[in-house]
Design a protein. Structure first.
Length: 502
């Protein structure tokens, strides 16, 4: 059994306690100074340096797959295929894409210039920001750590990564492996928890990308404000899934199950948080979900090896508290079993829990799934709008009008029609939240952009200097200038002729 027992959890947290004193604000200041020195010497800027680091990460993922899978098993009992698809494979693709596209991404982009500034040319030059900090979360501990690192390196920055202490095996693996594959002089891993994160956060960074919950997101943003450091906040929220009756019910059920229980057992920022459907359709949907859950995870899904476990006792307790709230147990229509020793909770569906229950006011981040019924499906819009803007919103329907209405009316970080979570895997789409679900985005080229400054470079030439822009200002010059800005091409040509004569 690879489940982490309570005693081993305790041992890990005491190890984390011991580690606390090993890295303080002075160490963090020295680290940043060291990395800034290397950055200022231009170490990280060349294409060659960037591509070598990216190839190093790619090699590490290939060569150390077994160790990575073991670490993910230790941290979360992640089923191997899920770990492979959602962490290793996504990361590997992200790295390969960056290696393939890097030259193109780095190339200055020519842009048009106005006639008024003729003759001139302009370009947008992507320049690295400097020394950046990445603080990641425990639920996809490898992917959420290294995917932003790939973007930061591709953009030519020096990087400090602080993985989550709540996934200690992956954190330790990253700290041991990364220096063997990348330039340790400019890319560092600092392990630890709140104390180490706090020591890092008081430093001046050139960008911080934080993945995690909202409360800590506020702490990160407040710390960044001190130095006017820009931030990307990859937060979470309650992701709604609206299910119309005009669907392929079996496919819908399978995809909802995948986006909930086969996606780190609901411990995913883009996991299905709650379903909205009509009163009439709910019984059919519940039957379909029940049937498919049994096919996927067996008659007793709590013992299935095909779902991750809850990360630790504190999250297990948090989730059971949601289930144990007054009046909630009677709403369970499937599952509800819990196993504290193995940190497992069965896939659990609840019907029409109160709007003000914890299940409907907090992000669930676990295997509990409330279904809220409405008279008409259109009522879903008011319900979704009554909550903070989610990181993801899902809709299942064949109805074109409804799809359009959903896209037009629901604001969310990202949206997926007729599936769940998959949009996360599309590197041509930006991944990030809106308002309380986060700010900024990354993935693919968006990662490169998140860690680059777009420098505006404008070129003028000494030829064609026109006295019209210089004092003394005369009525003729004013007239010509007004014509030039008018946009009327014939008037402009006439004015230019006059202007060259002036
Ligand atoms: P977590 O507990 O692992 O915390 C995230 C990071 O913040 C860790 O590295 C941790 O050490 C650090 N941290 C914790 N307390 C801190 C403090 N007081 N000061 C400074 N740093 C601190 O992760 P979590 O918050 O439990 O993660 C779950 C949340 O993250 C959910 O809300 C989820 O939706 C969100 N999430 C978002 C994404 C995304 O990509 N948008 C991905 C995964 C998780």
């Amino acid at each position: 059994m690879l489940f982490q027992s309570k005693s081993s959890s305790a041992a890990l947290s005491s190890m984390a306690e011991e580690r606390k004193i090993s890295f303080d604000a002075d160490d963090a200041a020295l680290l940043v100074e060291e990395l800034r020195g290397r950055f200022n010497l231009g170490r990280t800027k060349s294409y060659e340096w960037r591509v070598t680091q990216l190839k190093g990460i790619s090699k590490m993922i290939d060569e150390r797959e077994k160790e990575i899978l073991e670490a993910l098993q230790k941290d979360l009992s992640k089923p191997e295929i899920e770990a492979f698809l959602t962490e290793i494979n996504l990361l590997s693709s992200s790295c390969k894409l960056a290696i393939k596209e890097l030259k193109h991404w780095m190339m200055p982009k020519k842009v048009k210039t106005p006639l008024l500034t003729f003759p001139s040319s302009a370009e947008i030059v992507s320049e690295p920001l400097g020394v950046v900090l990445i603080i990641s979360a425990w639920n996809f501990p490898l992917l959420l750590s290294l995917d932003p690192v790939i973007g930061a390196i591709a953009a030519g920055n020096a990087v400090v990564l602080k993985p989550s202490e709540l996934a200690p095996a992956t954190s330790s693996l990253l700290s041991n492996l990364l220096p063997k594959y990348v330039d340790n002089a400019a890319i560092r891993v600092i392990e630890g928890g709140v104390s180490e994160a706090s020591a890092l956060l008081v430093q001046k960074w050139d960008k911080i990308l934080y993945t995690g919950g909202r409360q800590v997101g506020k702490i990160v943003m407040a710390a960044a404000t001190e130095h006017l450091t820009p931030v990307v906040l990859e937060l979470g929220g309650k992701c709604p899934t609206v299910v119309d009756s005009n669907v392929d019910l079996r496919v819908t059920a399978r995809r909802i199950i995948t986006g909930k229980w086969a996606c780190n057992n609901g411990q995913a920022c883009i996991g299905v948080d709650y379903i909205i459907t009509t009163k009439d359709f709910a019984p059919k949907l519940i039957d379909a979900l029940r049937r498919e859950i049994e096919k996927f995870f067996g008659k007793d899904p709590i013992v299935s090896k095909d779902t991750s476990r809850i990360v630790n006792l504190s999250h297990f307790t948090r989730l059971t508290k949601l289930l144990n709230e007054d009046g909630i147990s009677s709403k369970i229509v499937l599952g509800g079993q819990t196993d504290e020793n193995n940190l497992k909770i069965a896939p659990t569906i609840l019907l029409d829990v109160p709007e003000d229950s914890l299940l409907m006011t907090e992000e669930i981040f676990g295997p509990l799934l409330p279904i809220i019924t409405v008279q008409r499906l259109e009522d879903c819009f008011n319900l979704i709008k009554s909550k903070p803007k989610p990181l993801a919103a899902y809709l299942f329907t064949k109805d074109r009008q409804l799809k359009k209405k959903f896209i037009d009316n629901v604001s969310a970080g990202g949206m997926l029609i007729n599936d769940t979570a998959l949009h996360f895997t599309v590197p041509t789409l930006p991944f990030g939240g809106v308002e309380e679900s986060g700010m900024g985005s990354y993935h693919g080229k968006f990662s490169f952009e998140a860690f680059s400054h777009k420098k505006a470079v404008f070129h003028r030439f000494f030829l064609g200097d026109q006295s019209i822009r210089y004092p003394p200002y005369t009525p003729t010059k004013t007239k010509i200038l007004k014509t030039l800005v008018s946009g009327d091409i014939f008037r402009i040509i006439r004015a230019l002729v006059r202007c060259f004569k002036a």
